[in-house]
Design a protein around this ligand. Sequence first.
Ligand code: WQD
Length: 319
Amino acid sequence: MTGGAGYIGAHVVKSLLENDFKVVVVDDLSTGLERKIPEQAIFEKQNISDTKKLAEIMKKHNVTGVVHLAAKKAVGESMTNPSLYYQENIGGIISLLEAMNQANVKKIVYSSSAAVYGDPVEEKVHENSQTHPQSPYGETKLVGEWLLKADEKARDIEWIALRYFNVVGAALPELGDTGVNNLVPMIFRALDNKQRPQVFGDKYSTTDGSCIRDYIHVSDLAHAHVLAAQKLITEKYCGIINVGTGQGFSVKQVMNTVSKVIGKDVNFEISQPRPGDPAQTVADVKKAASDLKWQATNDLESMVTSAWQAWQKMPPANN
Ligand code: WQD
């Protein structure tokens, strides 16, 4: 498991352990936190660019499959420093696939993203919808999928790429998101700083004019990784699977949910639209239901409630 000390990674480790997987966490702690790695997991502090070390770790622990999350994930940063994203995300997966080849490991669950779709033309995007990533971050996630397809042909690997939609919440308050890159943490930070949360644009052609996204609880997302890993163990499979709820919420609806959860009006204001934001991105989740027997169980209110509890317990240091 790469990236197991990160926000989503720590949730995936927790779910894998709860489902009786033996887990080796490989993380360089560049953004992850060691305190998030449970004692039952073996921890190897290692950057994934070192192929030889990765292969040694795989052999030493008799690894039979990889769950790969270690990557850079801030969309904005990827626009200003694209080569860093290509280097880390594509260099990273190339090194990992080569190490798997050396250690004869054939199965991988890969963290992909709804960012590969860009500005979708359909109301709900399915796995065969066109991909038009709008950022180097999204591009690197898509290239990662291509590399998996190529290694399926070249080296007979089996893989599942999970395309995450907008991840929110925490299974435990101490596992909360410590980055402030996304809507819900940005609302919390504004409130902490006694500022008004911003709705980036309200003239989109959506029901209330603000952008619509598919928000998914991190615990539901983590469980999808367990089902994907189990599927690769029990049958031969290669494919891409969307992981969202299939239901869209507008930014204003998220603001109102936060108001409800915290018990006071967040008093948001409308600001300029953010360049590159699609009006609506919602997942078609039929494939997750049919192929993984997975569906989301948590609603938006429970996502925001758990995110708020985590924020209050451990607000990010860069507040
Ligand atoms: C959500 C909505 C903003 C902040 C990106 C990636 C995606 C995934 C999640 C990792 C948008 C609006 C935001 C604010 C706002 N990441 N917004 N006020 O851009 O949908 O998705 O992160 O894989 O792949 O592309 O997420 O949380 O930034 O924004 O109005 O202060 O909230 O315009 O409509 P996004 P986000």
